[in-house]
Design a protein around this ligand. Sequence first.
Ligand SMILES: NC(=O)C1=CN([C@@H]2O[C@H](COP(=O)(O)OP(=O)(O)OC[C@H]3O[C@@H](n4cnc5c(N)ncnc54)[C@H](O)[C@@H]3O)[C@@H](O)[C@H]2O)C=CC1
Length: 371
Amino acid sequence: MTLNPRLVKESFAAVERVADKATAYFYGRLFAKNPHLRGMFPPSMDTQRDRLFGSLTRIVWSLDSPDGLAGYLEQLGRDHRKYGVSAEHYAAIGDALLATVRKFAEEWDEEIEAAWTAAYAAASGLMSRAAEEDAGQSPPWWLAEVIDHELRTPDIAVITLRPDQPMAYRPGQYVSVQTARWPRVWRPFSIANAPREDGTLRLHVRAVPGGWVSGSLVRHTRIGDTLLLGPPVGTMTLPQDASRDVLCVAGGTGLAPIKALVEQIVAAGRRREVHLLFGARRAEELYDLADLARLEARHPWLRVLPVVSDDPEYDGVRGKLPEVVERFHSWASHEVFVCGPPAMVDATTQRLQRAGVPLTRIHRDAVRGAP
Ligand SMILES: NC(=O)C1=CN([C@@H]2O[C@H](COP(=O)(O)OP(=O)(O)OC[C@H]3O[C@@H](n4cnc5c(N)ncnc54)[C@H](O)[C@@H]3O)[C@@H](O)[C@H]2O)C=CC1
């Protein structure tokens, strides 16, 4: 079997053009052949479909850069332990995936089939080996008790959790969360604090329209409730050797991982300059400003700049974050962290690149749909 990234990418391009049909076919086939697997998935499959296709796209387009891809697949394998995924499931999914690309690719022959079989064997092998290794040291999921629940706006809650077992993570990472109200529905949320001695974690949650987990966390969760957490994942972390000044750009609840990173810099005691631009649509949605102001008062090297985009009366810096970022400073020599609505993250990244910041120094995590 030969791993041939070119053949996989060419056939995948045709599947990508009909992504909706292809994912519907994939799950239809998977469940028709393996009805017992349906119970492992959430009742509503919409987000699940997008997620599957997002992961697949990322895997296929990174086949040429094995190092980054291996890290991603290993993380995916560890994260899938929370679903109870086994070797039998990998085989069933591989079978449905191959049937799907065979159906939707414009060309198909033995060579393409062999390339896909090899690619899937390599990818699922990395995932399952990482899962096995992880099983020796971490649980597949954590139970976490809600020990504080603060409604900062009618839609935004800051929730503090105490996991039942220690959870090792790096500031900037995120976890999947499941509530008792919606079994099997997992949504990712960034951890909003650097690791603490008491092991507690904070989440910043905005209830979005139609958001099953986010709505349940903001409106129906109380102190004493128990949540399920998946393992910490994500790569928007502070580089080990970085000594550069830092720019952080946070849109809305995208502040969560940024705050964890700022706390990490505080804890390390390093005196690099940190500029934090925290944007919201309206002043009352700058939900964590009091806490940020306290941090700023204690650490003169930290500058927090609140930015409001949709209120012409706001008596401070107004505008959209990508534009405001350009307005103030040259960031060409900074390490940059950007988190928030995907369109804001993309626009900010583009502007920073145009202003001379290399992409390798712009850290962001595509947690699409992490409301
Ligand atoms: N680890 C991660 O990747 C995390 C990601 N998020 C994401 O952050 C987002 C936060 O959403 P909300 O609090 O509702 O933010 P929001 O929609 O209220 O906007 C927050 C800020 O982003 C700006 N903004 C929004 N859309 C923009 C656009 N198209 N172009 C330029 N600027 C734009 C607004 O002007 C405002 O300053 C969600 O999409 C969530 O998925 C949140 C937490 C963690």
